[in-house]
Design a protein around this ligand. Structure first.
Ligand code: ZN
Length: 282
């Protein structure tokens, strides 16, 4: 049976950080209401390459987004486009890199920040930037505003696929390191804000997946190959088998998982099997 699906992307929240600071999600795992995997990121463990991997099911050397320095339109096929072609509705509340990857590049805030256009791959988009952030002035949406905006988008447009992207842990980790109280608080704050809306989305019939693009080292770096940079959590709230999976899985599984939950057949270029339980492609 096809379902609607939300993907919550916590930026730069490694596996150990999630287990330590995400009490809401871990509580659902403990109660058997969610399933958690340990997932290994592709390389390089950088945001834009991984954003594209999460939506194409292919590694950077295939999809061509190789660093954060050159973000261009995705060549696809990607989850947003495949969902739209299958008659599904798409949305995102996310960093502007996603507008550049799937809607239009380069990003022009006055044109692209808020869009409701069925011809775009991300049909209902609400984008933000961290441009101008400094150590003393982080220009990021609060976690509560982020999830409120997403919940309003769900109520108004009922997207079959909604991406929600919280950027603060990455920014705070770079500034203060992942052992800092600032980083711990940023991770906890996302989990805490999620607690107030998760049940609303479930009531609307959404399967809710939560993961991260990459982790970070204690001194605030990523892009390399260590477990601190590569191992991330993957939670599936609503998976028929709750608890903890013992195997470490590939990040290439996320795109086919999203499609299979929506009842859209993954294309052959997505070579890894979905993690979505009995919900196979239609
Ligand atoms: Zn970063």
């Amino acid at each position: 049976m096809a379902e609607k699906v939300v993907l919550v992307l916590f930026d730069a929240v490694g596996y150990d950080a999630a287990l330590r600071d995400c009490g809401t999600l871990e509580g659902l795992v403990e109660a058997g209401l969610a399933r958690r995997w340990c997932m290994r990121s592709v390389l390089p463990s950088l945001s834009a390459p991984v954003y594209e991997t999460l939506h194409t099911g292919t590694p950077p050397y295939v999809h061509g987004i190789r660093s954060n320095d050159r973000v261009v339109l995705s060549k696809g096929p990607h989850v947003f486009g495949l969902a739209r072609e299958a008659g599904r509705t798409t949305g995102a509340v996310a960093h502007y890199f996603f507008s550049e990857l799937y809607n239009v590049a380069p990003y022009d805030a006055l044109r692209d920040m808020e869009v409701d256009d069925p011809s775009l791959a991300i049909q209902h988009g609400r984008f933000y930037s961290e441009l101008g952030y400094t150590k003393w002035n982080l220009n990021l949406p609060s976690e509560t505003d982020l999830f409120t905006r997403a919940t309003l988008l769900i109520r108004r447009h009922c997207p079959d696929y909604l991406l929600i992207h919280g950027f603060a842990p990455d920014a705070l980790g770079h500034l203060y390191g992942t052992a800092s109280v600032e980083y711990h608080h940023a991770v906890w704050a996302l989990d805490n804000a999620l607690a107030e809306v998760l049940h609303l989305w479930r009531d609307e019939g959404y399967r809710v997946l939560v993961t991260s693009d990459h982790g970070q080292t204690e001194d605030g770096r990523h892009g390399g190959t260590t477990d601190a940079e590569r191992l991330v959590p993957f939670y599936d709230v609503g998976h028929p088998q709750g608890g903890v999976a013992t195997e470490t899985v590939s990040q290439l599984a996320v795109a086919p998982t999203l499609l299979s939950i929506m009842g859209v057949k993954p294309p052959p270029v997505m070579t890894v099997a979905p993690l979505s339980g009995e919900f196979g492609p239609s």
